[in-house]
Design a protein around this ligand. Structure first.
Ligand code: UDX
Length: 477
Protein backbone atom coordinates (compact mmCIF):
# COMPACT_ATOMS: atom_id res chain seq x y z
CA UNK A 1 0.00 0.00 0.00
CA UNK A 2 1.23 3.54 -0.85
CA UNK A 3 2.13 5.68 2.21
CA UNK A 4 -0.43 8.47 2.85
CA UNK A 5 0.41 11.73 1.06
CA UNK A 6 2.02 14.38 3.28
CA UNK A 7 -0.31 17.38 3.78
CA UNK A 8 0.72 20.56 1.94
CA UNK A 9 2.72 23.16 3.89
CA UNK A 10 0.39 25.33 5.94
CA UNK A 11 1.02 29.09 6.04
CA UNK A 12 -0.73 31.53 8.38
CA UNK A 13 -0.93 35.05 6.94
CA UNK A 14 -1.61 37.97 9.25
CA UNK A 15 -1.97 41.57 7.93
CA UNK A 16 -2.64 44.84 9.72
CA UNK A 17 -6.37 45.52 9.34
CA UNK A 18 -6.22 48.27 6.69
CA UNK A 19 -7.16 48.26 3.00
CA UNK A 20 -3.60 48.88 1.75
CA UNK A 21 -2.11 46.06 3.86
CA UNK A 22 -4.89 43.49 3.36
CA UNK A 23 -4.86 44.15 -0.38
CA UNK A 24 -1.26 43.11 -0.99
CA UNK A 25 -1.14 40.33 1.63
CA UNK A 26 -4.28 38.78 0.21
CA UNK A 27 -2.75 38.91 -3.25
CA UNK A 28 0.26 37.02 -1.93
CA UNK A 29 -2.07 34.56 -0.15
CA UNK A 30 -3.87 33.86 -3.41
CA UNK A 31 -0.61 33.24 -5.28
CA UNK A 32 0.59 30.85 -2.56
CA UNK A 33 -2.76 29.02 -2.54
CA UNK A 34 -2.54 28.76 -6.33
CA UNK A 35 0.82 27.03 -5.96
CA UNK A 36 -0.79 24.39 -3.72
CA UNK A 37 -0.01 25.69 -0.23
CA UNK A 38 -2.59 25.52 2.54
CA UNK A 39 -3.48 29.01 3.74
CA UNK A 40 -5.07 30.43 6.88
CA UNK A 41 -5.64 34.17 6.47
CA UNK A 42 -6.31 36.09 9.70
CA UNK A 43 -8.72 38.90 8.93
CA UNK A 44 -10.41 41.49 11.10
CA UNK A 45 -14.17 41.03 11.32
CA UNK A 46 -14.74 44.54 9.93
CA UNK A 47 -12.55 44.02 6.85
CA UNK A 48 -13.79 40.47 6.32
CA UNK A 49 -17.41 41.52 6.38
CA UNK A 50 -16.79 44.29 3.83
CA UNK A 51 -14.53 42.19 1.61
CA UNK A 52 -16.59 39.03 1.36
CA UNK A 53 -19.88 40.80 0.59
CA UNK A 54 -18.53 40.97 -2.98
CA UNK A 55 -19.51 37.76 -4.79
CA UNK A 56 -16.46 37.86 -7.10
CA UNK A 57 -14.04 38.02 -4.16
CA UNK A 58 -15.87 35.21 -2.38
CA UNK A 59 -15.72 33.06 -5.52
CA UNK A 60 -11.98 33.61 -5.93
CA UNK A 61 -11.19 32.29 -2.48
CA UNK A 62 -13.74 29.49 -2.20
CA UNK A 63 -12.15 28.11 -5.39
CA UNK A 64 -9.19 27.00 -3.24
CA UNK A 65 -10.22 24.02 -1.09
CA UNK A 66 -7.29 24.59 1.27
CA UNK A 67 -7.85 28.31 1.86
CA UNK A 68 -9.66 29.54 4.97
CA UNK A 69 -10.19 32.81 6.75
CA UNK A 70 -9.98 33.11 10.55
CA UNK A 71 -11.77 36.14 11.84
CA UNK A 72 -10.81 38.30 14.82
CA UNK A 73 -12.55 41.36 16.21
CA UNK A 74 -10.66 44.64 16.44
CA UNK A 75 -12.68 45.51 19.52
CA UNK A 76 -14.89 48.09 17.79
CA UNK A 77 -18.50 47.60 16.65
CA UNK A 78 -18.90 46.92 12.90
CA UNK A 79 -20.60 50.28 12.29
CA UNK A 80 -17.81 52.29 13.99
CA UNK A 81 -16.34 54.88 11.57
CA UNK A 82 -12.75 53.69 11.74
CA UNK A 83 -10.00 56.22 11.11
CA UNK A 84 -6.24 55.90 10.63
CA UNK A 85 -5.55 56.23 14.38
CA UNK A 86 -7.82 53.38 15.50
CA UNK A 87 -4.85 50.99 14.96
CA UNK A 88 -3.15 52.55 17.95
CA UNK A 89 -6.19 52.61 20.21
CA UNK A 90 -7.08 48.98 19.50
CA UNK A 91 -3.50 47.68 19.30
CA UNK A 92 -3.28 45.96 22.74
CA UNK A 93 -6.65 44.28 22.25
CA UNK A 94 -5.75 43.00 18.77
CA UNK A 95 -2.34 41.83 19.97
CA UNK A 96 -3.83 39.80 22.81
CA UNK A 97 -6.55 38.05 20.78
CA UNK A 98 -4.16 37.40 17.88
CA UNK A 99 -1.72 35.69 20.23
CA UNK A 100 -4.55 33.53 21.60
CA UNK A 101 -5.62 32.57 18.08
CA UNK A 102 -2.05 31.83 16.95
CA UNK A 103 -1.58 29.55 19.93
CA UNK A 104 -4.77 27.68 19.04
CA UNK A 105 -3.81 27.38 15.37
CA UNK A 106 -0.29 26.19 16.10
CA UNK A 107 -1.47 23.54 18.55
CA UNK A 108 -4.20 22.11 16.26
CA UNK A 109 -2.99 18.57 15.38
CA UNK A 110 -4.93 18.29 12.09
CA UNK A 111 -3.32 21.31 10.39
CA UNK A 112 0.33 21.59 11.51
CA UNK A 113 1.64 25.11 10.83
CA UNK A 114 4.74 25.42 8.63
CA UNK A 115 5.32 29.18 8.97
CA UNK A 116 3.67 32.53 9.58
CA UNK A 117 3.85 35.44 7.15
CA UNK A 118 3.20 38.43 9.37
CA UNK A 119 2.78 42.09 8.53
CA UNK A 120 6.17 43.63 9.29
CA UNK A 121 4.52 46.44 11.25
CA UNK A 122 3.21 43.85 13.76
CA UNK A 123 6.45 42.20 14.85
CA UNK A 124 5.08 40.96 18.19
CA UNK A 125 4.39 37.78 16.25
CA UNK A 126 8.11 37.11 15.70
CA UNK A 127 8.98 36.45 19.35
CA UNK A 128 5.63 34.89 20.14
CA UNK A 129 5.78 32.42 17.24
CA UNK A 130 9.45 31.80 17.99
CA UNK A 131 8.42 30.57 21.46
CA UNK A 132 5.88 28.30 19.78
CA UNK A 133 8.61 26.95 17.49
CA UNK A 134 7.16 28.40 14.25
CA UNK A 135 9.29 30.49 11.85
CA UNK A 136 8.03 33.94 10.88
CA UNK A 137 8.59 35.68 7.56
CA UNK A 138 7.92 39.42 7.73
CA UNK A 139 6.09 41.19 4.89
CA UNK A 140 6.40 44.98 4.66
CA UNK A 141 3.70 46.39 2.40
CA UNK A 142 5.50 49.72 1.83
CA UNK A 143 8.18 50.56 -0.75
CA UNK A 144 11.72 49.26 -0.24
CA UNK A 145 12.97 52.86 -0.18
CA UNK A 146 10.58 53.84 2.63
CA UNK A 147 11.43 50.70 4.58
CA UNK A 148 15.10 51.56 4.20
CA UNK A 149 14.47 55.16 5.33
CA UNK A 150 12.65 53.83 8.45
CA UNK A 151 15.56 51.48 9.06
CA UNK A 152 18.01 54.39 8.92
CA UNK A 153 16.19 56.54 11.53
CA UNK A 154 18.72 55.75 14.31
CA UNK A 155 21.54 56.63 11.89
CA UNK A 156 19.76 59.87 10.95
CA UNK A 157 19.52 60.81 14.63
CA UNK A 158 23.16 59.93 15.28
CA UNK A 159 24.39 61.99 12.33
CA UNK A 160 22.24 65.02 13.19
CA UNK A 161 19.96 64.69 10.12
CA UNK A 162 17.11 64.35 12.64
CA UNK A 163 15.38 66.19 14.18
CA UNK A 164 14.39 68.47 11.31
CA UNK A 165 14.95 72.02 12.46
CA UNK A 166 11.73 73.70 11.37
CA UNK A 167 10.29 74.70 8.00
CA UNK A 168 13.48 76.39 6.85
CA UNK A 169 15.29 73.05 7.16
CA UNK A 170 12.90 71.06 4.92
CA UNK A 171 14.94 71.36 1.71
CA UNK A 172 18.21 70.26 3.30
CA UNK A 173 19.68 67.14 1.66
CA UNK A 174 19.72 64.08 3.94
CA UNK A 175 23.09 62.34 3.86
CA UNK A 176 22.61 59.43 6.25
CA UNK A 177 20.30 57.20 4.18
CA UNK A 178 22.97 55.26 2.31
CA UNK A 179 22.26 54.68 -1.38
CA UNK A 180 19.68 57.50 -1.49
CA UNK A 181 21.94 60.49 -0.78
CA UNK A 182 21.15 62.13 -4.11
CA UNK A 183 17.39 61.74 -3.71
CA UNK A 184 16.14 62.60 -0.24
CA UNK A 185 15.63 65.99 1.38
CA UNK A 186 14.16 66.34 4.88
CA UNK A 187 10.83 67.02 3.14
CA UNK A 188 10.98 63.58 1.50
CA UNK A 189 11.50 61.58 4.69
CA UNK A 190 8.58 59.51 6.04
CA UNK A 191 6.05 61.86 7.67
CA UNK A 192 6.78 60.35 11.10
CA UNK A 193 10.18 62.06 10.96
CA UNK A 194 8.54 65.51 11.07
CA UNK A 195 8.65 65.80 14.85
CA UNK A 196 10.75 68.01 17.10
CA UNK A 197 10.60 65.48 19.94
CA UNK A 198 12.42 62.29 18.97
CA UNK A 199 10.66 60.34 21.72
CA UNK A 200 7.40 60.74 19.77
CA UNK A 201 5.32 57.52 20.13
CA UNK A 202 4.74 56.90 16.42
CA UNK A 203 8.35 57.58 15.44
CA UNK A 204 9.53 55.21 18.17
CA UNK A 205 6.98 52.53 17.23
CA UNK A 206 7.80 52.59 13.52
CA UNK A 207 11.55 52.56 14.19
CA UNK A 208 11.36 49.70 16.69
CA UNK A 209 9.11 47.59 14.45
CA UNK A 210 11.44 48.13 11.51
CA UNK A 211 14.59 47.18 13.42
CA UNK A 212 12.88 44.14 14.96
CA UNK A 213 12.08 42.79 11.53
CA UNK A 214 15.71 41.59 11.37
CA UNK A 215 14.70 38.87 13.85
CA UNK A 216 12.33 37.31 11.32
CA UNK A 217 13.47 34.31 9.26
CA UNK A 218 13.18 36.39 6.07
CA UNK A 219 11.69 39.57 4.62
CA UNK A 220 9.22 39.96 1.73
CA UNK A 221 8.87 43.26 -0.14
CA UNK A 222 6.27 44.15 -2.76
CA UNK A 223 8.83 45.69 -5.10
CA UNK A 224 11.30 44.60 -7.76
CA UNK A 225 15.03 44.96 -8.13
CA UNK A 226 14.98 47.20 -11.21
CA UNK A 227 12.54 49.61 -9.57
CA UNK A 228 14.29 50.29 -6.27
CA UNK A 229 17.80 48.91 -6.79
CA UNK A 230 19.71 51.28 -4.47
CA UNK A 231 17.45 50.70 -1.44
CA UNK A 232 17.09 46.97 -2.11
CA UNK A 233 20.87 46.41 -2.21
CA UNK A 234 21.24 48.23 1.12
CA UNK A 235 18.41 46.23 2.71
CA UNK A 236 20.00 43.00 1.49
CA UNK A 237 23.11 43.69 3.60
CA UNK A 238 20.88 43.44 6.73
CA UNK A 239 18.40 40.84 5.44
CA UNK A 240 20.33 38.21 3.47
CA UNK A 241 17.09 36.29 3.01
CA UNK A 242 15.11 38.89 1.10
CA UNK A 243 12.31 38.16 -1.35
CA UNK A 244 11.49 41.08 -3.65
CA UNK A 245 8.42 39.70 -5.39
CA UNK A 246 6.46 42.72 -6.62
CA UNK A 247 4.39 44.11 -8.13
CA UNK A 248 2.18 41.36 -6.72
CA UNK A 249 -0.87 42.35 -8.74
CA UNK A 250 1.19 41.97 -11.90
CA UNK A 251 1.95 38.31 -11.03
CA UNK A 252 -1.74 37.91 -10.71
CA UNK A 253 -2.12 38.63 -14.37
CA UNK A 254 0.75 36.37 -15.43
CA UNK A 255 0.22 33.41 -13.07
CA UNK A 256 -3.46 33.16 -12.21
CA UNK A 257 -5.00 33.72 -15.60
CA UNK A 258 -4.09 31.97 -18.79
CA UNK A 259 -6.45 33.50 -21.32
CA UNK A 260 -6.67 32.03 -24.79
CA UNK A 261 -5.39 34.37 -27.52
CA UNK A 262 -8.98 35.22 -28.49
CA UNK A 263 -10.27 35.96 -24.98
CA UNK A 264 -10.29 39.53 -23.63
CA UNK A 265 -7.62 40.46 -21.08
CA UNK A 266 -8.68 39.34 -17.56
CA UNK A 267 -10.20 42.01 -15.29
CA UNK A 268 -7.93 42.84 -12.42
CA UNK A 269 -8.73 40.90 -9.24
CA UNK A 270 -9.72 43.58 -6.76
CA UNK A 271 -9.53 43.10 -2.97
CA UNK A 272 -11.66 46.10 -2.27
CA UNK A 273 -13.49 46.59 1.01
CA UNK A 274 -15.61 49.38 -0.53
CA UNK A 275 -18.64 49.17 -2.81
CA UNK A 276 -17.22 49.69 -6.32
CA UNK A 277 -19.08 52.13 -8.59
CA UNK A 278 -18.57 50.88 -12.15
CA UNK A 279 -20.47 53.76 -13.73
CA UNK A 280 -17.11 55.50 -14.17
CA UNK A 281 -16.07 52.82 -16.70
CA UNK A 282 -19.06 53.67 -18.94
CA UNK A 283 -18.15 57.35 -18.54
CA UNK A 284 -14.50 56.62 -19.48
CA UNK A 285 -15.68 54.62 -22.51
CA UNK A 286 -17.18 57.84 -23.88
CA UNK A 287 -14.05 59.99 -23.44
CA UNK A 288 -11.35 60.46 -26.11
CA UNK A 289 -8.11 58.45 -25.76
CA UNK A 290 -5.63 59.80 -23.20
CA UNK A 291 -7.85 62.73 -22.23
CA UNK A 292 -8.63 62.05 -18.55
CA UNK A 293 -6.71 62.49 -15.31
CA UNK A 294 -7.75 59.93 -12.69
CA UNK A 295 -7.76 61.35 -9.13
CA UNK A 296 -7.73 59.16 -6.02
CA UNK A 297 -6.19 59.50 -2.58
CA UNK A 298 -6.55 55.88 -1.44
CA UNK A 299 -8.53 54.51 1.45
CA UNK A 300 -7.38 56.58 4.45
CA UNK A 301 -6.46 60.11 3.30
CA UNK A 302 -8.78 62.89 4.41
CA UNK A 303 -8.83 66.40 2.96
CA UNK A 304 -9.95 69.57 4.72
CA UNK A 305 -12.31 72.10 3.13
CA UNK A 306 -9.44 74.26 1.90
CA UNK A 307 -7.76 71.29 0.16
CA UNK A 308 -11.03 70.28 -1.49
CA UNK A 309 -11.61 73.78 -2.82
CA UNK A 310 -8.09 74.01 -4.25
CA UNK A 311 -8.44 70.61 -5.93
CA UNK A 312 -11.85 71.51 -7.44
CA UNK A 313 -10.50 74.77 -8.85
CA UNK A 314 -7.16 73.33 -9.96
CA UNK A 315 -8.83 70.48 -11.83
CA UNK A 316 -11.47 72.64 -13.48
CA UNK A 317 -8.97 75.39 -14.38
CA UNK A 318 -6.65 72.85 -15.99
CA UNK A 319 -9.31 72.44 -18.68
CA UNK A 320 -8.77 68.65 -18.60
CA UNK A 321 -11.36 65.93 -18.08
CA UNK A 322 -11.11 64.21 -14.71
CA UNK A 323 -12.45 61.20 -12.82
CA UNK A 324 -12.24 61.81 -9.05
CA UNK A 325 -12.84 59.27 -6.28
CA UNK A 326 -14.44 61.17 -3.39
CA UNK A 327 -15.07 58.64 -0.63
CA UNK A 328 -18.03 59.40 1.65
CA UNK A 329 -15.53 59.92 4.51
CA UNK A 330 -13.01 62.02 2.51
CA UNK A 331 -13.70 65.33 4.23
CA UNK A 332 -11.75 65.65 7.47
CA UNK A 333 -14.42 67.83 9.12
CA UNK A 334 -17.22 65.38 8.14
CA UNK A 335 -19.94 66.08 5.58
CA UNK A 336 -19.19 66.21 1.87
CA UNK A 337 -16.51 67.95 -0.18
CA UNK A 338 -19.27 69.45 -2.34
CA UNK A 339 -18.50 71.12 -5.67
CA UNK A 340 -18.39 74.93 -5.30
CA UNK A 341 -21.57 76.43 -6.82
CA UNK A 342 -19.76 78.36 -9.58
CA UNK A 343 -17.91 75.22 -10.79
CA UNK A 344 -20.97 72.94 -11.05
CA UNK A 345 -21.44 73.38 -14.77
CA UNK A 346 -17.78 72.80 -15.62
CA UNK A 347 -17.64 69.72 -13.36
CA UNK A 348 -20.78 68.28 -14.96
CA UNK A 349 -19.24 68.84 -18.40
CA UNK A 350 -15.75 67.49 -17.82
CA UNK A 351 -15.83 65.54 -14.58
CA UNK A 352 -17.04 62.25 -13.18
CA UNK A 353 -17.20 61.73 -9.40
CA UNK A 354 -17.58 58.32 -7.75
CA UNK A 355 -17.31 57.06 -4.17
CA UNK A 356 -14.96 54.19 -5.08
CA UNK A 357 -13.63 53.10 -8.48
CA UNK A 358 -12.27 49.81 -9.85
CA UNK A 359 -8.84 51.44 -9.76
CA UNK A 360 -6.67 48.92 -11.58
CA UNK A 361 -9.16 48.75 -14.42
CA UNK A 362 -9.41 52.55 -14.54
CA UNK A 363 -5.63 52.92 -14.73
CA UNK A 364 -5.49 50.53 -17.68
CA UNK A 365 -8.30 52.32 -19.52
CA UNK A 366 -7.25 53.95 -22.80
CA UNK A 367 -8.99 57.24 -21.92
CA UNK A 368 -6.81 57.72 -18.82
CA UNK A 369 -3.62 59.68 -19.41
CA UNK A 370 -2.35 60.33 -15.89
CA UNK A 371 -2.97 59.75 -12.19
CA UNK A 372 -3.24 62.37 -9.42
CA UNK A 373 -2.42 60.24 -6.39
CA UNK A 374 -1.57 60.35 -2.67
CA UNK A 375 1.35 58.01 -3.47
CA UNK A 376 0.18 55.06 -1.37
CA UNK A 377 2.39 52.14 -2.31
CA UNK A 378 -0.36 50.03 -3.91
CA UNK A 379 -1.54 52.97 -6.00
CA UNK A 380 2.02 53.78 -7.04
CA UNK A 381 2.70 50.20 -8.15
CA UNK A 382 -0.63 50.03 -9.97
CA UNK A 383 0.26 53.20 -11.87
CA UNK A 384 3.75 51.87 -12.65
CA UNK A 385 2.31 48.66 -14.10
CA UNK A 386 -0.30 50.60 -16.12
CA UNK A 387 2.45 52.92 -17.43
CA UNK A 388 0.68 56.11 -16.30
CA UNK A 389 2.55 59.31 -15.36
CA UNK A 390 1.65 60.72 -11.92
CA UNK A 391 1.07 63.99 -10.11
CA UNK A 392 1.74 63.21 -6.46
CA UNK A 393 0.17 64.78 -3.40
CA UNK A 394 1.52 62.61 -0.57
CA UNK A 395 -0.45 62.57 2.66
CA UNK A 396 1.48 60.63 5.32
CA UNK A 397 3.79 57.77 6.29
CA UNK A 398 5.78 56.25 3.40
CA UNK A 399 4.03 58.41 0.78
CA UNK A 400 6.51 61.30 1.12
CA UNK A 401 9.30 58.95 0.02
CA UNK A 402 7.25 57.34 -2.77
CA UNK A 403 6.38 60.65 -4.41
CA UNK A 404 10.07 61.56 -4.50
CA UNK A 405 10.84 58.29 -6.30
CA UNK A 406 8.23 59.23 -8.90
CA UNK A 407 9.62 62.69 -9.55
CA UNK A 408 13.35 62.24 -9.01
CA UNK A 409 14.36 58.57 -9.28
CA UNK A 410 12.03 57.27 -12.02
CA UNK A 411 11.12 60.67 -13.48
CA UNK A 412 7.59 59.60 -14.35
CA UNK A 413 5.74 62.56 -12.87
CA UNK A 414 5.68 65.62 -10.63
CA UNK A 415 5.61 65.96 -6.86
CA UNK A 416 3.23 68.50 -5.29
CA UNK A 417 4.33 67.65 -1.78
CA UNK A 418 3.38 70.11 1.00
CA UNK A 419 1.54 72.43 -1.37
CA UNK A 420 -2.19 72.50 -1.94
CA UNK A 421 -2.71 75.35 -4.35
CA UNK A 422 -5.00 75.54 -7.38
CA UNK A 423 -2.40 77.20 -9.62
CA UNK A 424 0.31 74.67 -8.80
CA UNK A 425 -2.14 71.83 -9.43
CA UNK A 426 -3.28 73.33 -12.73
CA UNK A 427 0.36 73.70 -13.85
CA UNK A 428 1.28 70.16 -12.85
CA UNK A 429 -1.79 68.55 -14.44
CA UNK A 430 -0.99 70.36 -17.66
CA UNK A 431 2.66 69.39 -17.26
CA UNK A 432 1.95 65.64 -17.25
CA UNK A 433 -0.91 65.85 -19.77
CA UNK A 434 0.41 68.64 -21.98
CA UNK A 435 3.86 70.08 -22.52
CA UNK A 436 5.85 67.25 -20.88
CA UNK A 437 3.37 64.47 -21.71
CA UNK A 438 5.59 62.64 -24.22
CA UNK A 439 8.64 62.66 -21.97
CA UNK A 440 6.72 61.31 -18.95
CA UNK A 441 4.69 58.82 -20.97
CA UNK A 442 7.86 57.37 -22.54
CA UNK A 443 9.54 56.87 -19.15
CA UNK A 444 6.35 55.48 -17.61
CA UNK A 445 6.02 53.06 -20.53
CA UNK A 446 9.58 51.90 -20.00
CA UNK A 447 8.96 51.33 -16.28
CA UNK A 448 5.79 49.36 -17.05
CA UNK A 449 7.76 47.13 -19.41
CA UNK A 450 10.34 46.46 -16.69
CA UNK A 451 7.56 45.63 -14.19
CA UNK A 452 6.06 43.13 -16.65
CA UNK A 453 9.47 41.57 -17.28
CA UNK A 454 10.13 41.21 -13.53
CA UNK A 455 6.89 39.28 -13.05
CA UNK A 456 7.11 37.17 -16.21
CA UNK A 457 8.71 33.72 -16.31
CA UNK A 458 12.46 34.15 -15.73
CA UNK A 459 12.09 37.69 -14.32
CA UNK A 460 13.55 38.60 -10.91
CA UNK A 461 10.23 38.76 -9.04
CA UNK A 462 8.93 35.61 -10.73
CA UNK A 463 12.06 33.71 -9.64
CA UNK A 464 11.96 35.18 -6.12
CA UNK A 465 8.34 34.13 -5.68
CA UNK A 466 9.24 30.60 -6.81
CA UNK A 467 12.16 30.64 -4.35
CA UNK A 468 9.81 31.73 -1.54
CA UNK A 469 7.37 28.91 -2.35
CA UNK A 470 10.17 26.34 -2.52
CA UNK A 471 11.71 27.59 0.73
CA UNK A 472 8.34 27.24 2.49
CA UNK A 473 7.97 23.73 1.05
CA UNK A 474 11.35 22.78 2.49
CA UNK A 475 10.43 23.96 6.04
CA UNK A 476 9.37 21.23 8.44
CA UNK A 477 6.06 21.85 10.27
C1 UDX B 1 -2.00 52.67 3.07
C2 UDX B 1 -0.95 53.72 2.90
O1 UDX B 1 -1.56 54.94 2.59
C3 UDX B 1 0.09 53.38 1.93
O2 UDX B 1 1.00 54.43 1.76
C4 UDX B 1 0.77 52.16 2.40
O3 UDX B 1 1.78 51.85 1.48
C5 UDX B 1 -0.24 51.07 2.52
O4 UDX B 1 -1.33 51.44 3.33
P1 UDX B 1 -3.88 53.48 1.23
O5 UDX B 1 -3.79 54.85 1.76
O6 UDX B 1 -5.21 52.87 1.15
O7 UDX B 1 -2.90 52.46 1.96
O8 UDX B 1 -3.26 53.56 -0.27
P2 UDX B 1 -2.75 52.47 -1.27
O9 UDX B 1 -1.60 51.71 -0.73
O10 UDX B 1 -2.51 53.18 -2.52
O11 UDX B 1 -3.95 51.45 -1.42
C6 UDX B 1 -5.22 51.80 -1.91
C7 UDX B 1 -5.80 50.61 -2.65
O12 UDX B 1 -7.19 50.87 -2.82
C8 UDX B 1 -5.21 50.40 -4.03
O13 UDX B 1 -4.97 49.02 -4.23
C9 UDX B 1 -6.26 50.89 -4.98
O14 UDX B 1 -6.36 50.19 -6.19
C10 UDX B 1 -7.52 50.69 -4.19
N1 UDX B 1 -8.54 51.67 -4.60
C11 UDX B 1 -8.43 52.97 -4.24
C12 UDX B 1 -9.61 51.23 -5.35
O15 UDX B 1 -9.70 50.04 -5.69
N2 UDX B 1 -10.56 52.13 -5.72
C13 UDX B 1 -10.50 53.44 -5.36
O16 UDX B 1 -11.43 54.18 -5.72
C14 UDX B 1 -9.40 53.88 -4.60
Amino acid sequence: MDPPLAPPPHVIIFPLAAQGHVNSMLKLAELLAHSGLRITFINSEYIHHRLLRHADIQARFTAFPDFRFKIISDGLPLDHPRSSDHFMTTFSYVKSITMQLLEELVSAPDRPVTCIIADGILTFTIDFAGDLGVPVIAFRTISASSFWAYFCIPRMIESGDLPIKGDEDMDRVVTSVKGMEDILRCRDLPSFCRVADLSDWTLQYVTTQTLQTTRARALILNSFDQLEGPAISQIRTHFPNLYTIGPLHSHHKSRLSSPSPSSPPPSPASNSIWEVDRSCISWLDKQPPKSVIYVSFGSITTLNRHDFTEFWYGLVNSGRRFLWVVRPDSLAEGGSGAVPEELREAVAERGCIVGWAPQEEVLHHGAVAAFLTHSGWNSTLESVVAGKPMVCWPFFADQQVNSRLVSHAWKVGLDMKDVCDREVLERMVNGVMGERQEEFAADAGDLARRAREATSKGGSSWDNLDRLINDIRSMKP
